[in-house]
Design a protein around this ligand. Structure first.
Ligand SMILES: *[C@@H]1O[C@H](CO)[C@@H](O)[C@H](O)[C@H]1NC(C)=O
Ligand SMILES: *[C@@H]1O[C@H](CO)[C@@H](O)[C@H](O)[C@H]1NC(C)=O
Length: 368
């Protein structure tokens, strides 16, 4: 029998190897500095149909930045929808067009950056963590309830999340019980287990091991106080990125991004996420959700398989499925954006009981 004591040097040896071996050129250990002057999209917006201002609120002792949209042309306090982005996304990377569509139709909207992203505080930058992101969602809801009561109706709150956040809104709605009145979950990450299985199939075993080892390397560096290790968020197949995309998807991914990213964002994310992905399974929370959910799923989705969306819809009769015969990134732009965002706005307006302002009321078409 091997004694525990005999294993200790082996464990220490493996740990040492995880720290020092620079086995992989796809790992970036150069620090990612925050650029607080990169804020050109952050000013007040005074549109004829809505106002947008920048707000701040705390999450676990750090300050988060949000944009608060309030609709014009409605009497009384409107309901509010809280929006946040998917994997390594920020509010300046394609969320504001959705917020604008909702605000034009009589909804207040709060969109925010997770800790370590965009205008929010936190180092190291670009740390994607399901646990931390879910805490930030709760912090946003606490902020809405504790601070915005004078201008919005905080008893009517909707959640909107896309991709990775499509999962966060389902988990949050399940935890919040009757306190959430409507949920939009767009091209959602539902099952880390399924995503990892699919990734193993498309990357093969050696590439999957390579991704996992990069995560261990980052965590080992963190334990001994070295600067963290990053991998690319998105890159071509074989690039050891979190999302390996073909040319067409890569172009769509980048098309919704601004010219200058808030906070000095770069296309990279802490590699430790590679060790957490498979354990994050929002689908387990789906049966507990009490609020009506609009689940927007895409049939040609290579990142969040539609079969899992179908399974989720069967787990809870509050889920209404809207399927589109396109890919994961098609819903952010062009005709698909128009169609999907308006369908979401109508769903939210109906479920949250918003009063559509006169300037939009003319186009009162059937819901879906
Ligand atoms: C920070 O962002 C601003 C605005 O985008 C840019 O002009 C400046 O060069 C950036 N600074 C650094 C150090 O990258
Ligand atoms: C729902 O909101 C009420 C009032 O803010 C609060 O007391 C309660 O704990 C909330 N429930 C959940 C499940 O968060």
């Amino acid at each position: 029998m091997v004694s525990i004591a005999a294993l200790i040097p082996i464990v220490i040896g493996l740990f040492g190897a995880a720290i020092v071996i620079p086995w992989d050129k796809t790992i970036i250990t150069e620090p990612l500095p925050r650029n607080t002057t990169a804020t050109e999209n952050c000013g007040l917006i005074n549109d004829p149909k809505y106002r947008r201002r920048t707000v701040f609120f705390p999450s676990k002792g750090l300050q988060l930045e949000g944009w608060l949209y309030t609709p014009k042309g409605v009497e009384g306090r409107p309901p509010i929808v809280v929006l946040a982005h998917g994997i390594a996304g920020q509010k300046d990377m394609g969320l504001h067009p959705f917020a604008e569509v909702f605000a034009q139709r009589g909804l207040a909207v709060l969109t925010f950056d997770y800790r370590n992203f965009g205008g929010s505080d936190g180092e190291p930058r670009n740390w994607v963590s399901p646990k931390r992101h879910l805490e930030d969602w709760e912090a946003a809801l606490d902020y809405v309830r504790s601070t915005l009561g004078a201008e919005v109706d905080v008893t009517r709150i909707g959640l909107w999340g896309t991709s990775f956040a499509g999962g966060h809104v389902l988990v949050t709605a399940a935890k919040e019980g009757g306190n959430i009145s409507a949920v939009v979950s767009q091209v959602p990450h539902l099952s880390g287990f399924e995503v990892s299985k699919q990734s193993l199939k498309s990357r093969g075993v050696p590439q999957s091991v390579r991704l996992f080892l990069a995560g261990l390397h980052d965590r080992a560096r963190d334990l001994v106080g070295l600067p963290p290790a990053y991998l690319k968020v998105a890159g071509p197949p074989g690039s050891n990125s979190f999302m390996e995309l073909n040319d067409a998807d890569m172009q769509l991914y980048l098309a919704k991004h601004p010219e200058h990213y808030m906070g000095g964002w770069q296309n990279r994310v802490l590699a430790r996420l590679a060790n957490e992905m498979s354990r994050y399974n929002p689908i387990h929370y789906v049966p507990k959700i009490k609020a009506p959910v609009l689940l927007v799923a895409t049939m040609k989705d290579t990142l969040c398989p539609i079969a899992v969306a179908h399974r989720a819809a069967e787990l809870n009769s509050n889920i209404q499925l809207l399927e589109k015969d396109v890919g994961h990134f098609d819903v952010y732009l062009g005709d698909l954006f128009d169609e999907v965002s308006v369908a979401q706005a109508r769903f939210l307006v109906e479920k949250l009981g918003a009063v559509v302002p006169v300037h939009e009321a003319a186009e009162a078409l059937p819901l879906l």
